[in-house]
Design a protein around this ligand. Structure first.
Ligand code: PRX
Length: 651
């Protein structure tokens, strides 16, 4: 089968799907010709409102002001829980698959509602209320979802921090948005490792003046230190509460903040992406329903961690709003062995499976036998997210995992977009391996060239922008609206700039080619080159660093770091260790460089700007293609760098 293959909608899928090819075309046309009419209807049918809106959308890209369902009132937790109690109260909301495959919890909607109400009561007892920020630094345990929903219930704004981030990263996030409370666990377990979450939290909070309390969930029996007056045991508090809990919900404005999630940009520190209530909930509910073709008895398994946007939108909010059963997976795909995902699929009869290309590539290497020894007949739809998927990985996913039966939805979106913007619909869209295919309803992509000229028609390559707001889009960078304007709306006035390059092929299909800015996508994790460079310099042995993405067969992109040592750095392998340790401590192990090259200088223009283009080419192994170096202050450094890199690759 060639990489240019096309995969028609499998027979039988279209007739049963919510959307088929004809209805997609009709609805898409309506959604862009009359967006207000389209979204008004979706909002009425998919979401439960406490009161309706005055205006569907109000927007001004120049000022980066966007509002959806202006004046509408609702509560996200009520939508995800209370509204299902009457007809689906005893359906399973969450299947929790622990790190140990024997460790499984099934939580019905009724039980989840109770736990969320109890937790909300507890939060209120400790002074958390509407508009307060709460940091959640938890592993993939049901309490993570429970705490998110409890915040939403009382109008508090959560900021989930991935439990693999360092104390410093946690501290910066807490301080940036001034969290009042931190929720963590004594420790986390992931594969063969334990993660000392409480210890890291203590270290972080030592420099967080706004934190009043730490709520500690007990995940394991390992004791942890508890500071009297500050630290609270979640289990003890809940036991004391018993059934004396409050079921009240805050009536939130459609534009009230729901959460802040930090993500890396091309400059500076990670920014707090702010999402609001009505538009976000509608967007994740609609995309989850139509893109995964959700039906009442589906078992939906998204392998993402709640520390990322995919976990927010498609482990927690989208599935629960739709009243589906969502699988929460605490472990990693290779524990206890590389068959784990398929073991989960077989045991829980998963019908829809959603993961990242990096995980697929890692599993391809482990061999087909790990897949084939499990029964995957329950699967009907497969999805990918987070980075471009190469045709080989796509075909393996399709042929081996999906036995050639299951449509693949390659979903393109971002932390900023809240939910998916470009993706096939399983019953409607013929797929091509590696293409995210067509826009979701209401999404109006445009391709522009570097100068900002809109490239009309098909068969064009450029940068991806969006010209009309969608309900789930971020509303601001927390505490820095100017950065929001600057990053997304100033490059191409009148358009939202995604930061991605793309091609629209002859059939109008979108192919995302990756970031065109200084953002890296390492194993589906987003990192800014500036962030990593600053962590490298913090090691104390490096005077200056330049980081570029390098090809990596599993991670998609790896991190290549060119470092100029300080004069007083000394010598030896200890230097590498110090740099690596610094990156892990300042950011997280996910930012560990894959290649470190010590060089005597970096290629710079005469005005002192680092020429990353050259370093990127060298990192890619295209030594002869570095292009024009005559504008460099010292062209000779390029030869030296090429030598260093070549030598490192020969060994
Ligand atoms: O470059 C695109 C890539 O991931 C970036 C967004 O990263 P993040 O905010 O961490 O969100 C990831 C999960 C939604 C995008 O700018 N990306 C995401 N999905 C795809 C993708 N690239 C190609 N194909 C995709 N399906």
């Amino acid at each position: 089968m060639t990489a240019n293959a096309r995969f028609p909608v499998p027979p039988g899928v279209a007739s049963k799907a919510h959307i088929n090819a004809t209805s997609y075309e009709e609805l898409y046309r309506l959604s862009v010709e009359s967006p207000e009419k389209f979204w008004d209807k979706q909002a009425r049918s998919l979401i439960q409102w406490r009161s309706l809106w005055r205006k569907v959308v109000s927007w001004d890209f120049a000022q980066a002001n966007v509002q959806w369902f202006v004046g509408g009132k609702l509560n996200v937790s009520e939508n995800c829980l209370d509204r299902h109690l009457l007809h689906r109260g005893d359906n399973v909301a969450i299947i929790w698959e622990g790190n140990d495959p024997q460790d499984v919890r099934r939580i019905t909607y009724r039980e989840l509602h109770r736990e969320v109400c109890r937790t909300a009561t507890l939060l209120k007892k400790y002074g958390v209320g509407r508009g307060d920020r709460v940091a959640i630094y938890l592993p993939m345990i049901p309490e993570a979802a429970i705490c998110m929903l409890a915040c939403a219930r009382i109008g508090a704004i959560h900021t989930v921090v991935f439990a693999g981030f360092s104390a410093e990263s946690l501290r910066d996030r807490i301080n940036d948005c001034g969290c009042k409370l931190l929720i963590t666990a004594n420790e986390g377990v992931r594969g063969p490792k334990t993660i000392p979450l409480k210890e890291t939290s203590d270290e972080a909070v030592a420099a967080c003046p706004t934190i009043k309390n730490i709520l500690v969930v007990r995940r394991t029996d390992t004791p942890c230190s508890m500071t009297p007056g500050r630290d609270i045991s979640y289990e003890e508090e809940l036991a004391a509460l018993g059934d004396e809990y409050d079921t009240a919900v805050e009536s939130m404005d459609s534009e009230d903040p729901l959460f802040i999630l930090y993500t890396s940009g091309s400059t500076g520190k990670p920014k707090g992406v702010l999402h609001t209530t009505g538009g976000y909930l509608l967007h994740v509910t609609a995309t989850h329903k139509y893109i995964f073709d959700i039906k009442e008895d589906d078992i939906f398994f998204c392998g993402a961690d709640v520390g990322w946007i995919t976990g927010h939108s498609y482990v927690v909010y989208g599935p629960l709003s739709n009243g589906a059963t969502t699988v929460m997976f605490e472990s990693i795909p290779t524990y206890p062995d590389a068959g784990r995902y398929w073991d989960v699929v077989e045991r829980h009869k998963v019908t829809i499976f959603y993961t990242a290309p990096t995980a697929i590539r890692a599993l391809v290497k482990e061999g087909d036998h790990h897949v084939k020894r499990y029964d995957r007949s329950s699967l009907r739809i497969l999805g990918t997210v987070g980075e471009p998927i190469n045709a080989d990985a796509w075909l393996w996913y399709h042929d081996i995992v999906g036995e050639g039966r299951c449509p693949i939805v390659d979903t393109w979106w971002q932390t900023e977009t809240g939910g998916v913007l470009i993706s096939p619909l399983p019953g409607a869209t013929e797929t091509k391996p590696g293409s995210a295919t067509r826009p979701f309803f209401g999404v109006q992509p445009v391709v522009v060239d570097e100068g900002g000229t809109v490239l009309d028609g098909n068969g064009v390559t450029g940068r991806l922008c969006i010209k009309y707001p969608w309900p789930g889009m971020m509303r601001t960078v927390y505490g820095d609206h100017q950065r929001f304007v600057q990053t997304y709306f100033s490059m191409y006035p009148g358009l939202y700039f995604t930061g991605d390059g793309c091609r629209r092929d002859e059939d109008g299909y979108y192919w995302i080619t990756g970031r065109v800015d200084d953002v890296l996508n390492v194993a589906g994790h987003r990192l800014g080159t500036a962030e990593v460079e600053s962590a490298i310099v913090r090691s104390g042995v490096v005077a200056e660093a330049a980081v570029v993405g390098i090809p990596h067969d599993v991670k998609g992109q790896g991190i290549g770091a060119f470092c100029v040592l300080r004069d007083d750095a000394g010598e030896g392998i200890d230097l590498v260790e110090r740099v690596v340790r610094s990156v892990r401590e300042v950011i997280s192990p996910i930012a560990t460089p894959d290649a470190l090259w010590f060089v005597s200088g970096l290629p710079k223009t005469r005005s002192g700007k680092i020429m990353r283009r050259i370093l990127r080419k060298i990192g890619e192994g295209e030594y002869a293609a570095v292009g024009d170096t005559t504008t460099l202050a010292e062209p000779s450094v390029v030869e030296e760098i090429v030598e260093v890199v070549k030598r490192s690759r020969d060994v």
